[in-house]
Design a protein around this ligand. Structure first.
Ligand code: ADP
Length: 950
């Protein structure tokens, strides 16, 4: 490749000559203008000089003429024409003293009308004779002022008037005109030239001599300007260098400017050439870069890039971007058709595939679709102009797919059909849905439950669907029910509160179930169990699906059951009240028998009598035990057995329990081994009575069923953070229990075999009660036993931790040996005489008075002066029972002094609520019958001795 000149040198070569020519032309123009301007300048100053000269002459002449005129008017001068004496004496003196203008060498003469001099100064021999006649005619004859410049000098004359007649003339002459003129300083020479080109006056006599002949051509190196004035020519003459000296700087400035312009232009051309070359180079490089890149990056342009080049670059960028966009849009188009969910195949007129999208390619590969299938589809669609559903199977998976094919013509720009476009939609899911829909509809139609759907977005919530069973149940055909309000089955007896509840639920879009009385088309009523479920569309409830069934039968059963339940409850209540009264009724005589026997025991008896009495007491004790068990069990059954949570001394309780059984075991000749592990805890919270009962039942059984060996007991506390677990093990070496019976011994009235009762007695209630009690106390009981090998009973109960020691420890007091009490004044209110007797005997040592009902008691309290310390009040009495009497006493019916008296109930009622009833009536405490002397002593000790505290 031949070496080509660079763009910079080419541009320089082209641009430089033109630029230089332009600068030259421009300089020429400027020079011409400058010369013209300089010439104008010089001419104007020369003209100015001439004008100044003329002004000076004018001024000087006028000045001198005025002076002459004033002299001519002077009285001395005028009178001298008449008064000759004066002329001779004073006029010469006057003339001598006269000074005219700045000229020193001037001549002055006064002439008479005939032109004869009268008097003169410096006139003789000075004034050339030629001038004498010049002024005659104008001044003496016409009376005018006169002045003239001659080659001899300058002459001026003014007439002298006496009474309007011209009597003479005053004539002035100066040889050197220069004396009259005010010489101004300038560089040029001013000349006054008279007729015949004679120089009359010159400001530079050395250069232009006065009286010489002046010809401008004689001064070729000077500029000459002239002006004609009267018979004179005024010249201004200046050597060219001087004339143009003032504008010489202009030429220097001009030259400098031209040189500067030249230098700037050359630099600019160079710079422009380089800039252009750089920009094009940058442009070239960016094109190269872009050709290698796929995306257009708008590269930064050089900082000093000219606007046009920047535009070109930007245009190019846009062009490149457009090209890229086209490329991208082709790609995007390909992406678009590849992103389509539909299958897309383009065929030419010969049914050969031109292109297809990826979705088609994948399906074709998976389901083995080929040219034949495409031809079949396009052939079918071309004939029918419908759509075609085709199902394909992928045997490998296996999987089925259903494609809905449609055909579109493939046209070119000229709208000519050049092929076909096959568009396939995967409708497998839709078909699945359709078949599922069919299945659902079928299921709903064949369901044996009524289904209705209501649109709750519209007023009255019209029914939009009912199934066949609905029609069967209600008698309304679908056509009759559709569009009807959702309340179509509601009738006059339909429960309004239930309906209201339902509508409230619908309002907030909640599901619900209700049973209510509905009406069939024929007016027959039935109970419908409705399950209503909201249907949400985008979180908004639009419909409710109602499933309902005829539950008339169930409803009747329910009503029946409810009735039965009410009856059962009533009978339970009756049972409980029966038990209560039974317990009262049985306990009262028992109490009587027990008390009497105890009294008998305390009396003097012979040995035989004592033996009988001991038998009677034993039977009495057994009977009490049985009655207590039955009562306990009834209470548990009726859910009336309450477990107390009261702090008590556990180790003391254990001590008293074992005390009794040591004696029993000793009597039977068996050992009692006790092991306690109470973690040094004395006080726990729980039901001490029930724990005693559990332990008592297990120990009595163990002792009862063991004839030799030992009964071992282990009681331990296990710390369970917030509470204790009490674990008890009662082991014996007794008869043991057969395997097949072991599971039943906790059942009510169950004994191992029928011989047990005969051999050992018992009711078969003990273990049942014990298990119930363990469970009520949060624990349980289990047994391990083998026939003839003894038995082991394990039980647990939960006890709360007692954080404070007992202050009024009833149980502890209970266990202390009875102390001698101070005698208390007690009013015993009891209707039963035996009970009165027993109580009195047991209250031996106290002052006791009796009343047989509430009324009597209040009377006694009112009438007696003596103040009772406490009242023992039976609950059930004739005329006024203990509850009423207590209320009245508290109210003050027995006087202010008894409103706070301790009243302790003596009640045979041991059922739930007894204690509450007593407390509600205002009683301080209660003891249930049959009570022992110790029970009685305990309450008296507690209340009668604590009276101060009340
Ligand atoms: P009972 O009042 O008859 O003792 P229980 O409920 O206490 O009623 O006991 C039921 C039966 O369980 C007893 O009749 C007896 O057969 C059997 N049984 C209970 N404890 C023991 C034991 N320690 N050893 C052997 N058999 C026992």
């Amino acid at each position: 490749m031949s070496a080509r000149p660079s763009l910079a040198s080419t541009l320089q070569r082209i641009l430089l000559p033109k630029l230089l020519a332009a600068i030259f032309a421009f300089s020429l123009l400027i020079c011409t203008a400058v010369v013209y301007f300089a010439h104008q300048q010089v001419s104007s100053s020369q003209q100015q000089y001439i004008d100044n000269l003329r002004t000076d002459i004018n001024f000087s002449v006028r000045d001198t003429l005025l002076l002459l005129e004033s002299i001519a008017g002077n009285d001395l001068v005028v009178n001298s024409f008449i008064d000759l004496e004066q002329r001779d004496n004073y006029l010469p003196l006057f003339f001598r003293t006269l000074r005219l203008s700045r000229a020193t060498d001037v001549s002055l003469a006064l002439f008479d009308f005939s032109g004869q001099p009268i008097i003169s100064k410096n006139w003789q021999n000075t004034v050339p004779p030629e001038i004498n006649t010049l002024w005659h005619a104008p001044t003496l004859q016409q009376g005018q002022q006169f002045w003239q410049m001659y080659e001899y000098g300058m002459v001026m004359a003014v007439p002298v008037h006496i009474s309007a007649s011209i009597e003479g003339a005053l004539v002035f002459y100066v040889k050197d005109i220069g004396q009259l003129l005010n010489k101004r300083e300038n560089s040029a020479t001013q000349i006054i030239v008279g007729p015949g080109n004679k120089v009359l006056y010159s400001t530079q006599p050395d250069e232009v001599a006065p009286l010489s002949v002046f010809l401008p051509d004689q001064y070729p190196y000077s500029t000459v300007h002239s002006s004609q004035w009267q018979n004179l020519t005024l010249y201004s003459l200046s050597p060219i260098p001087q004339a143009y000296g003032a504008v010489l700087w202009l030429i220097a400035v001009l030259l400098l400017s031209i040189i500067a312009t030249l230098a700037v232009s050359l630099h600019s051309v160079n710079r422009a050439a380089r800039l252009t070359a750089n920009t094009l180079d940058a442009l070239y490089k960016s094109i190269l870069v872009r050709m290698q890149q796929t995306t257009v990056i708008h590269s930064g342009s050089p900082k000093d890039e000219p606007a046009e080049l920047a535009q070109i670059r930007s245009a190019f960028d846009n062009l490149a971007a457009n090209l890229m966009t086209i490329t991208l849009s082709n790609k995007q188009f390909a992406n678009v058709i590849d992103s389509l969910e539909e299958l897309l195949v383009v065929l030419d007129n010969h049914n050969t595939m031109v292109t297809c999208n990826q979705r088609y390619a994948r399906v074709a590969e998976q389901f083995n679709l080929g040219a034949t299938e495409l031809q079949r589809i396009s052939g079918y669609l071309a004939q029918t102009s419908k759509t075609l559903d085709a199902t394909y199977t992928d045997v490998a998976v296996p999987r089925k797919i259903t494609i809905k094919w449609a055909l579109l013509p493939f046209v070119n720009d000229k709208k000519e059909v050049i092929g076909t476009i096959l568009v396939g939609n995967d409708v497998s899911h839709q078909r699945d849905l359709e078949s599922r829909n069919r299945l659902m509809t079928h299921a709903m139609e064949s369901a044996t439950v009524s289904i209705a759907i209501a649109d709750i977005t519209r007023t009255q919530m019209p029914i939009v669907y009912v199934n066949e069973y609905f029609s069967k149940l209600s008698g309304f055909e679908a056509s009759e029910a559709l569009g009807e309000p959702a309340t179509i089955l509601v009738g006059p007896k339909t429960e309004r509160p239930t309906l209201k509840r339902m509508f409230e639920k619908v309002k907030v879009g909640q599901p619900f179930e209700e049973t209510l009385l509905l009406y069939k088309k024929n007016g027959q009523t039935f109970y419908g169990r409705l399950a209503m479920t909201p249907v949400r569309v985008d979180t908004v409830v639009t419909h409710y699906v109602v499933f309902f069934q005829d539950v008339t039968e169930q409803e009747k059963t329910r009503e029946y059951l409810e009735e039965a339940k009410a009856k059962a409850e009533e009978s339970a209540r009756l049972k409980s009240s029966f038990l209560a009264s039974m317990s009262h009724e049985v306990r009262t005589p028992l109490h009587g028998i027990s008390g009497t026997l105890q009294l008998l025991d305390a009396s003097k008896l012979d040995q035989k009598q004592r033996k009988y009495l001991s038998l009677a007491l034993q039977s009495m004790h057994n009977l009490q035990h049985i009655v207590n068990d039955i009562l306990d069990f009834s209470k548990i059954e009726a859910g009336q057995l309450n477990i107390e949570h009261v702090p008590f001394n556990l180790s003391l309780l254990m001590e008293t329990i074992f005390e009794q059984y040591y004696i029993n075991c000793n009597n039977k000749g068996i050992e009692l081994n006790v092991q306690l592990n109470l973690k040094e805890t004395n006080y726990v919270t729980g039901d001490a009575v029930r724990l005693r009962q559990i332990m008592g039942n297990l120990l009595s059984n163990a002792v009862k069923f063991t004839s030799e060996g030992a009964v071992s007991v282990l009681v331990e506390l296990v710390d369970q953070r917030h509470q204790w677990q009490l674990r008890g093990v009662v082991r014996d070496s007794g008869i043991g229990i057969a395997k097949d019976k072991i599971n039943n011994i906790f059942e009510v009235f169950t004994q191992e075999d029928n011989t047990t009762t005969r051999r050992f007695g018992g009711t078969g209630l003990g273990l049942a009660i014990t298990r119930q009690l363990c469970q009520l106390c949060g624990g349980d009981i289990t047994v391990n036993s083998e026939k003839g090998q003894g038995s082991t009973f394990n039980f647990t109960i939960q006890l709360a931790k007692a954080y404070q020691e007992l202050t009024d420890n009833n149980h502890a007091d209970d266990l202390k040996p009875a102390e001698k009490l101070p005698a208390a004044k007690i009013l015993l209110v009891e209707d039963n005489e035996i009970n009165q007797l027993i109580a009195r005997e047991n209250l031996n040592g106290h002052k006791v008075m009796t009343a047989s009902n509430g009324k009597e008691a209040i009377n006694a309290l009112n009438q007696m002066k003596l103040q009772f310390d406490m009242i023992l009040m039976d609950c059930h009495m004739p005329e006024m029972d203990g509850f009423e009497a207590t209320r009245r006493i508290r109210h003050g019916d027995a006087g202010e002094r008894y409103t706070n008296v301790p009243i302790v109930a003596l009640t045979a009622n041991a059922m739930k609520g007894d204690r509450e009833a007593c407390v509600a009536a205002g009683m301080s405490d209660y003891i249930s019958k049959p009570f022992t002397a110790t029970d009685l002593q305990r309450v008296i000790r507690m209340w009668a001795t604590n009276m101060d505290k009340l």
